[in-house]
Design a protein around this ligand. Structure first.
Ligand SMILES: Cc1cc2nc3c(=O)[nH]c(=O)nc-3n(C[C@H](O)[C@H](O)[C@H](O)COP(=O)(O)OP(=O)(O)OC[C@H]3O[C@@H](n4cnc5c(N)ncnc54)[C@H](O)[C@@H]3O)c2cc1C
Ligand code: SF4
Length: 509
């Protein structure tokens, strides 16, 4: 076959309705797909994360071949296969001499740069899986002294007429029902949370799981619970199942955590969204429809839509507005400690971290508050170098891709960007975790104590964090109240906290 266009399909661009395919011609165009080791090893990827990408890619390839497309596909176990995406593209261009190479614009800067270096005239096709084009976000950012998600989100609601009344007001009178989204399960715990839709591995997935165990035996995590959606059909089922069974309580319990409950009322839709198995507007409109039909309360639906139409788009805009320009290496709080080893094993006597990291290694999943207010919070208070925190988050979650992970880690969780993403550091003591979960009841530490043998490390490190960064935090209007609480501590108490924090750091470093 003489190849007219070479259509490069990346592992996180698996939309069968992709503009590349819509404009393509199966008799004259060739699809190139490559499983390459670099994508699994540039950070020490969790086995389930590797598997989700490979399985979704192989299903996509199979479906396109069934439709009559020619697909040149490189398998990861092929010892003579390309090691990097750039190599795969270079070989394909030399072999087929296409008139044009086309690819949907990569989500990550690293990939875009590598492909451009091989084929400077590469035709980057806009990614239709985002609702705010990068250029629009950059223009939006230029017009503002300070970026804030809330105002961006309101504009997105107006732009897509989501949860709006006919006279242009927000549905229910308020833009945001966040204050209704902070419930905990009290002492009695969650009542019979409906299990999420899970998928028995297909023949293709089973072969991927075998491959991952063989090729990446030393990588963290396990594939033994692998049940993620890997096709657009499965993505649609995940959405329906969430809307039918868990959306109603999503809002109330969005921030709650509970021992042995990895998913609670969360949707598990991020993998499908990030691999482009489902379109964000499909998800948003389906949720809105549940509200319009009286099947789910406004606070729950608004809370869920805010995550996708608001946070997800905002985070992507921040990534492409501030990358490269050193965003990935920002370190506003000058944090330099190494990531404690237990992040890779879950072996710690801090019950909250044991739970959050344990389920991360077991399933490749933790929900937002576990990421932000347990693993992220500890790294922030401990003063871990942000780059190491970023590499951990990029490695261990099945939904991890850099455009979404990096601003969440560097910006929201570690405040290393100095306030681009978030208006203040998400700093809290162990008491926050006690309020939002039952973790502390099974822990040897006491969240109310900051010093002494039973002191909760979060609480010790929280006060130590405020003390270490007091001058900088004083200047932040939203931190003033928290910093003012330092006045309640005597000089002796402060000295004891600092001493205990130093011992803790030395013992965990
Ligand atoms: C340190 C840190 C790292 C993160 N890394 C990733 C990542 O690599 N990939 C990723 O998809 N999300 C990431 N998130 C955001 C969020 O934690 C996950 O999207 C969410 O936990 C996925 O589970 P879910 O689909 O059940 O989400 P739900 O709680 O059901 O939320 C619905 C959807 O909203 C979107 N969403 C929610 N919060 C965010 C957010 N802060 N940023 C972007 N989208 C959001 C996701 O698409 C999610 O699927 C990170 C958050 C933090 C604090
Ligand atoms: S006491 Fe502290 S370390 Fe233990 S679970 Fe609670 S917050 Fe975590």
């Amino acid at each position: 076959m003489t190849v007219r266009n070479l259509l490069v399909i990346l592992g996180d661009q698996l939309d069968p309705a992709s503009p590349l395919l819509k404009d393509g011609d199966p008799t004259r165009d060739l699809i190139l797909m490559a499983e390459v080791r670099e994508e699994s090893t540039h950070v020490w990827s969790h086995k389930a994360r590797i598997a989700v990408f490979l399985s979704a890619m192989r299903h996509f390839c199979q479906q396109r071949r069934d439709e009559g497309w020619q697909v040149e596909y490189h398998h990861i176990e092929d010892a003579n296969g390309p090691a990097t995406l750039a190599d795969a593209l270079r070989f394909a261009i030399a072999k087929h001499k296409p008139e044009l190479v086309r690819v949907v614009e990569p989500g990550d800067y690293r990939v875009a740069k590598a492909l451009r270096q091989v084929a400077p005239h590469l035709d980057f096709v806009p990614d239709i899986h985002f609702l705010c084009p990068v250029k629009d976000f950059r223009d939006y950012a230029k017009e503002r002294k300070q970026l804030r998600m809330e105002y961006f989100y309101r504009d997105m609601r107006r732009k897509y007429s989501v949860l709006m009344t006919s006279d242009g007001k927000p549905e229910g009178g308020d833009w945001n029902y966040d204050s209704d989204n902070r419930g905990s399960f009290g002492k009695q715990g969650p009542k019979a949370v409906p299990a999420p839709r899970a998928f028995k591995p297909s023949k293709i997935t089973r072969s991927v799981l075998d491959t991952v165990d063989r090729v990446f035996p030393q990588h963290p995590g396990t594939c033994r619970n692998f049940d993620w959606p890997v096709t657009p059909q499965q993505a649609a089922e995940v959405l329906d199942d969430f809307l039918d069974h868990r959306l109603e309580h999503f809002g109330t319990y969005q921030d709650a955590m509970w021992t042995g409950e990895p998913y609670l009322y969360h949707s598990r839709i991020s993998v499908a969204l990030n691999l482009k198995l489902i379109h964000p507007l499909t998800v948003v409109q389906a949720a809105e429809e549940r509200y319009r039909k009286g099947l789910a309360p406004l606070a729950a639906v608004e809370g869920f839509i805010r995550q996708i139409l608001g946070w997800r788009e905002y985070v992507r805009g921040v990534y492409w507005t501030f990358m490269p320009q050193g965003y990935a290496s920002r370190n506003a709080l000058a944090a330099s400690n190494p990531l404690p080893k237990f992040y890779w094993t879950g072996e710690t006597d801090m019950q909250c971290l044991r739970q959050a990291i344990g389920q991360t290694l077991e399933y490749g999943y933790a929900h937002h508050i576990q990421r932000l207010m347990v693993t992220g919070l500890f790294a922030l208070l401990f003063g871990v170098e942000p780059k190491q925190v970023h590499e951990w988050y990029l490695a261990v979650y099945v939904d991890a891709v850099e455009w979404v992970e990096l601003p969440n880690t560097i910006g929201m969780s570690q405040f290393a960007d100095g306030g681009i993403m978030a208006s203040k550091p998400y700093a809290a003591s162990g008491k926050y975790i006690q309020r939002m979960s039952n973790y502390c009841t099974g822990c040897k530490y006491d969240p109310a104590q900051s010093t002494g043998p039973n002191a909760c490390p979060f609480t010790t490190l929280y006060w130590d964090f405020l003390l270490r960064h007091e001058p900088a935090l004083q200047a932040n209007q939203r931190m003033k109240m928290q910093v003012r609480n330092l006045d309640r501590l005597s000089p002796d108490q402060k000295a004891n906290i600092i001493r205990q924090a130093d011992i803790l750091r030395a013992s965990l470093s």
